[in-house]
Design a protein around this ligand. Structure first.
Ligand SMILES: CC(C)(COP(=O)(O)OP(=O)(O)OC[C@H]1O[C@@H](n2cnc3c(N)ncnc32)[C@H](O)[C@@H]1OP(=O)(O)O)[C@@H](O)C(=O)NCCC(=O)NCCS
Length: 463
């Protein structure tokens, strides 16, 4: 409740409505707002075709962090780099949003081999591939943000920072925009907020269609800086907003952090469902049982509907060295690609229709995945609304001997089909909680609710 209070006070100070903040641009429904276009740096340069490709950016990045391009199972000793780490944030110069701003192109129009990797069977673009690029591009922005005077004293040494994906906070796709595999895609963005070791980035994706850049999606990531041995947090430079617009972006970053705390605090694993949710679960129970016979078991599944468990599909992937990131762990973008492709398949199998992704939210990377691990993924449709499906995908590392699972990520995807899909229903209390969690995520991303947890509507009823 305290976090919620803080959130609301901050929001009030910013002059936000309960539906969010609308600043010179794009208003996300729900808690999260992303400024669509900022006037950072040179606006003309921002609108131009980027001068480097994503591949060029990855090569620079690899060089900057001193990663080897060939795999070896032996771990590199990075202890020497510890001396480069600052002891406090005051040792580091402050940075601006323009310092990290950058853009890169995915040259689909000219690179035929690349096009083959991105194209879908029906001549769309594989969103999983795009997620990989967004992840690595956002990490690159974080490295551009960090400026460490101690590094200048040791130009021969690579960056001491290991910057890992902590979460993909939010990604919303523009309605009706279909990516074309024959045209170039531009990724651009900057650091939008910083804590002590955490860094939020905003990344925009546009495609060159009919001679103009058309907005496709915007995503918000949070990265966490770690020491060279990946044993603890590492301090990064403070971000200082300069213009009024930058201040709004930064303040939104503060709100995003508070709203992430609300999601944690109000999780169904910590608190029971709210009153509306309890009633909803009870109504579902009554509609599917036989009260006259005192039959508690769910006997009467409405025609055309499915139990949540019936929608589950699974995949186990061996994580090979080719899937590693620059620090020898499995690349977060690869896990995201595998997760979205499985989720899309579960939406396809459930609905019988080829669906489009409309939102991704609250994707937390709880622990690193080691190369050589078995990555176990399962996806299921947990909530439906007309033609929309909320798909929850879990990724875990599986111990091949004991087959025990250690959770690494949970993904929340919202897909849209062309026509109404079969409703899904919970059969057990556990599934009812999945259903409510799916409903909360769905209502958040579609703007039907303001807060993740205890509050049902956008109005401030219960506080
Ligand atoms: C992200 C990770 C390092 C966080 O570890 P942790 O022990 O919880 O971190 P700490 O408690 O020391 O917190 C450090 C900072 O990260 C922030 N943080 C931690 N987890 C976070 C998350 N999931 N999302 C956003 N911020 C997060 C904290 O708020 C804190 O910020 P601050 O220093 O600015 O105040 C850890 O969960 C991890 O290794 N996850 C896997 C990362 C990964 O493999 N990604 C894919 C490959 S790059």
């Amino acid at each position: 409740m305290r976090v919620r209070y803080l959130f609301k006070s901050f929001q009030a100070a910013l002059g936000c409505t309960t539906r969010g903040l609308s600043v010179n641009g794009f208003l996300f429904p729900g808690n999260h707002v992303i400024i669509q276009r900022s006037s950072l740096g040179d606006a003309a340069a921002q609108n131009a075709m980027p001068t480097k490709t994503v591949r060029d950016m990855v090569d620079k990045f690899t060089c900057m962090v001193g990663a080897s391009s060939t795999y070896s199972a032996a771990t590199v000793d990075r202890t020497e780099l510890l001396k480069l780490l600052p002891k406090s944030q005051d040792e580091l110069p402050t940075r601006t949003m323009s310092d990290s701003w950058d853009s890169a192109v995915i040259p689909l129009s000219t690179n035929k081999c690349l096009r083959e990797k991105y194209i879908t069977f029906n001549e769309g673009v594989r969103i999983g591939r795009l997620l990989e690029d967004l992840d690595v591009f956002s990490a690159w922005l974080c490295y551009r943000h960090v400026h460490n005077p101690r590094q200048a004293e040791h130009p021969d040494l690579p960056s001491p920072y290991i910057i890992v994906t902590g979460m993909m906070d939010r990604m919303d796709f523009c309605k009706g925009v279909k990516l074309d595999p024959n045209h170039d895609i531009r990724i651009s963005g900057h650091v939008s907020w910083t804590g002590t070791s955490s860094i939020e980035t905003i990344v925009h994706v546009d495609q060159l269609q009919d001679g103009a850049w058309k907005k496709v999606t915007t995503a918000v990531f949070v990265f966490v800086a770690r020491d060279p041995l990946n044993q603890g947090a590492a301090i990064i430079n403070k971000l200082v907003p300069n213009t009024e617009e930058e201040k709004k972006i930064f303040e939104q970053g503060v709100l995003n952090k508070l709203s992430r705390k609300i999601v944690k605090e109000e999780s169904l694993f910590k608190q029971p469902p709210n009153e509306t949710e309890k009633n909803l679960v009870h109504e579902l129970f009554l509609s599917m049982s036989n009260p006259k016979q005192h039959e508690f078991a769910p006997k009467r599944k409405p025609q055309g509907s499915r139990w949540i468990s019936e929608t589950k599909i699974k995949n186990i992937i061996m994580c090979h060295p080719e899937h590693r990131n620059r620090f020898g762990k499995v690349f977060g973008g690869f896990i995201m690609r595998k997760a979205i492709e499985l989720a899309w398949t579960s939406a396809l199998v459930h609905s019988g229709q080829r669906c489009t992704i409309s939102h991704i939210d609250d994707v937390v990377f709880t622990r690193p995945v080691e190369v050589g691990s078995l990555l176990y993924l399962n996806a299921q449709v947990v909530y439906t609304d007309g033609e929309h499906m909320q798909v929850s995908t879990k990724a875990s590392m599986m111990d091949p001997v004991t087959q025990t699972l250690s959770l690494t990520n949970i993904f929340h995807f919202t897909f849209a089909a062309d026509s109404a899909v079969p409703p899904v229903l919970p059969c057990t209390y556990h599934e009812a909680m999945m259903y409510l969690d799916g409903r909360r995520h769905y209502q958040l991303v579609t703007g039907e609710r303001r807060y993740y947890g205890q509050q049902e509507s956008n109005e401030d009823r219960h506080d």
